[in-house]
Design a protein around this ligand. Structure first.
Ligand SMILES: [Zn+2]
Length: 264
């Protein structure tokens, strides 16, 4: 992607490291998106992300060892959700993914020679063995399982959260999305599903994977959870739902859609 102009004072630059962004905190403790001039001194390169209206947006990896001045701090990218609208939140997510890709591919994974950033394409290439390193987006499936009047929701064991959610898992090499759904559901809760319907997709978390959402119908089996992954899984009715994930997650969108359909 070729930027229409170089990065400058009116650009939006998200300085990122891991799953964190550099945000500004004012004297009253409130966070805001910093101006480009505030964060560019600490950037180790910039990557054009695209235009948001008339504003050019950029990702920048935080330079190793950079000492941020007071007033600037690394904050979990989730904090951005409370500060900006959905489109800028998504730009922040993309910035995190691009900055992390750039930082993680400075050396060739095959021969360890330093890679070079292409000027025309989003790729780092090894000048010695010509291996290209493109940003990769691992696909994952997320599935809402239902039977008449009930929805299956589960509480995760490995990332303790207060809420029950839909089942999810990463696609393995050589699998179709349909096969991933069948395998994940079987592994995590011991059930069989049928009538898989595509629901929608969402880059999540923060652009580092693509969640592909489905609805599915229960086809058989009794709930037997894999305790390594699932603390608890149960069927719920619409009047006795547990705490569910917050917006804007696709899990919540799947659950809200199911609730809407129960009213019909
Ligand atoms: Zn190489």
């Amino acid at each position: 992607m070729v930027p229409p102009r170089p990065v400058g004072p009116t650009s939006i630059v998200f300085l990122a490291r891991g799953l964190e962004l550099v945000l500004a905190r004012d004297a009253f403790g409130a966070l805001r998106v910093p101006a480009a001039s505030e964060v560019l001194p600490f950037a180790d390169g910039v990557h054009f992300l695209g235009m948001l209206g008339d504003t050019d947006t950029w990702a920048a990896p935080l330079a190793e060892g950079a000492a941020l001045p007071s007033g600037l701090e690394l904050v979990s990218a989730r904090a951005l959700f409370d500060l900006v609208d959905m489109s800028l939140f998504q730009v922040g997510g993309r910035a995190i993914a691009i900055a992390e890709w750039d930082r993680s591919h400075r050396y060739c994974g095959r021969c360890a020679h330093p890679t070079e950033l292409s000027k025309t394409e989003r790729v780092r290439t090894c000048p010695r063995c010509r291996v290209p390193f493109y940003p990769r987006v691992p696909p994952a499936v997320i599935v809402l399982i239902e039977r008449p009047g009930e929805v299956l929701l589960a509480r995760n064991a490995s990332f303790p959260r207060p809420w029950f959610s839909t089942l999810a898992g990463f696609v393995e090499p050589g699998e179709s999305l349909e096969e991933t759904v069948a395998r994940e559901v079987r592994e995590e809760v011991g059930l069989e599903v049928k009538d898989l319907r595509y629901f929608g997709s969402q880059p999540w978390p923060f652009g580092r994977s693509l969640m592909v959402g489905f609805n599915a119908t229960y086809a058989g089996g009794e709930i037997v959870v894999d305790p390594k992954e699932i603390a608890e899984a149960r069927w719920f009715t619409k009047d006795a739902l547990p705490q569910v994930p917050p917006k804007p997650s696709i899990a919540r969108a799947l659950i809200d859609d199911w609730l809407d359909r129960q009213k019909a």
